[in-house]
Design a protein around this ligand. Structure first.
Ligand SMILES: C[S@@+](CC[C@H](N)C(=O)[O-])C[C@H]1O[C@@H](n2cnc3c(N)ncnc32)[C@H](O)[C@@H]1O
Length: 239
């Protein structure tokens, strides 16, 4: 934490200037699906399960997963504006070069089961009640491979303690990475952490995509560059 108690975010908040359609989506449609900080679990239905994706990037996994499971409520957190705008384009009828009218809607086949936190997830954590989540996705997090940057890695004792607080007993934390430094780091952190246990029983459990998987941008990049991702599921140990 910094002196003003706001955690420092080391990544990029904005890339290239957004094209017209995406900036209109950010101005006009983001407020419709933005998480309400006063009532963060406010969904237009009573979900049996709530999933959180941290750092959803371009939003492929979040958009795809939430489309497959209309009865599950999803919270997606991302700081990078271009990624948020891309997710908005995936879930609406608006594409890059479209003319946009006043009335932007979710794609017809979608249900209204997704809320976006457009800031650092660590600022949302204190607003989430204990044991409210069934699953947390952390997919291809920034690996910060240099040793001197290790303190920036998202998997760390403080964040794990918070994730254990907000996950239900037996809730799952799913971490995917293509970076072997991050894989080793994660397994070591989890081994030292009393709140989670690795669910894998054989290589098949972590060397292959889990059921219901939706490919992400960073996963595609890793595969193009010859790296093999791993998929690590950790269950919150019930008290
Ligand atoms: C390497 S990218 C991976 C994106 C996506 N999950 C994928 O697999 O394509 C990591 C993303 O996490 C986001 N991120 C990192 N720390 C975050 C935080 N504390 N809160 C919200 N988003 C965060 C970054 O902005 C970045 O877009």
């Amino acid at each position: 934490m910094q002196i003003d108690d706001k955690p420092h975010f080391y990544g990029r908040r904005q890339g290239r200037r957004l094209r017209k359609a995406k900036s209109v989506l950010m101005e006009s449609f983001l407020p419709t699906v933005k998480l309400n900080a006063d009532n963060p679990l406010d969904f237009p239905f009573h979900p049996q399960k709530i999933y959180l994706e941290i750092g959803f990037g371009d939003g492929d996994h979040l958009a795809g997963h939430s489309l497959k499971h209309k009865d599950i409520a999803y919270i997606g957190a991302e700081v990078f504006k271009n990624g948020i705008a891309n997710l908005l384009s995936l879930i609406t009828e608006i594409k890059q070069n479209d003319e946009i009218g006043d009335d932007i809607k979710l794609l017809n086949e979608r249900s209204d089961n997704l809320r976006i936190w457009d800031d650092d997830i660590r600022l949302l954590f204190p607003l989430l009640p204990d044991e409210c989540l069934d699953m947390v996705f952390l997919l291809f997090p920034d690996p910060w491979p240099k040793k001197r940057h290790a303190s920036r890695r998202f998997i760390n004792p403080e964040n794990l303690k918070t994730l254990a607080r907000i996950l239900k007993p037996n809730g799952i934390l799913r971490v995917a990475t293509d970076h072997m430094v991050y894989k080793t780091w994660t397994l070591r952190q989890m081994k030292d952490c009393p709140f989670f246990e690795w669910t894998a029983t054989c290589g098949n459990d972590w060397k292959h995509e889990p059921a219901d998987w939706v490919e992400t941008k960073y996963q595609r990049k890793a595969i193009r560059e010859g790296r093999k991702p791993v998929f690590l599921d950790f269950a919150k140990v019930s008290k």
